[in-house]
Ligand binder design. Sequence first.
Ligand SMILES: C[S@@+](CC[C@H](N)C(=O)[O-])C[C@H]1O[C@@H](n2cnc3c(N)ncnc32)[C@H](O)[C@@H]1O
Length: 290
Amino acid sequence: MKHKEESIWGLFLVPIGKLIEWKTIMIDTYEDYQHINRLGWAQGVSKGWKATSTFGTKELQHSKDLLDPNNWIPWEKVKSVLCLASGGGQQGPLFASLGYNVTVVDFSPEQLAQDQQVADEHGFKIELIESDILDLSLLYGRHFDLVYQPLSAHHVPDVRHVYREVVKVLSPNGYYFVSHWNPIFFQLPLSDESVQWDGKAYRLVRAQKSGELVHCKWETDNGDKIAICHFIHTLSDLIGGLCDLGFVIHHFDEPKGGNRCADPESLEHIASFFPLTFNIFCSKPQTWMK
Ligand SMILES: C[S@@+](CC[C@H](N)C(=O)[O-])C[C@H]1O[C@@H](n2cnc3c(N)ncnc32)[C@H](O)[C@@H]1O
């Protein structure tokens, strides 16, 4: 399946025989970015990134607060939950601990295995489905009361496509909770491109254009090289895309935070200039006109 007429070039980690090397490759199909990102997440799990660290008893005692800090979800109206791109043993187990029927979709088998591990440890039943969020056809014909999507749409080239898939599996009057990175964050230079902070201000080195590939690669403290494709999405697509499809937006919030005294270029410091993320809570009308 072609994503764009023109191809996007980038420098990525790719497997060459048994070795993994930096190589310039062309991203012109969904399969290409999928391959790179799945590899990246597998590496993330083996290295124990935060997004791959499972929740335990401590977090499971505060499930509602962690999932819904602003009290947006009408919990009594929800029975079935679809956690989208939420592998890692976090959101799925939190919902399961509250007694909900939970399905987790993620395209990383390693991330899904983390959910299975937490489910086994705590006696939860969680349905795990390995799939790309751009293709929820395995779920067509089923309808969930709540679709819950943590930060993840920046991993796919087309956020409106994700929204169209969500509509298909959401019950009439069903709710959609989605968190997004602020697109400005991806306009900053990457660490290998140039400095972000010039001593007085942050510098933006790329335009805010939907589908713009940010080839994020970095080196961990022990020298491991990691690459995962990120894509910029404009606010028109991230927020307007929901409105255009007929979703009703009930709540919107930009988590506060940030500290001007923190180390420049740290997330805390950047967050004192603009919100790093935002959350949207919306619903699909009973009568779907689109
Ligand atoms: C930042 S993590 C978010 C979930 C994690 N539980 C957390 O709270 O940090 C992003 C997740 O999205 C998944 N993912 C990335 N691209 C995906 C895609 N195209 N389809 C399905 N899952 C995807 C990754 O495997 C990863 O588990």
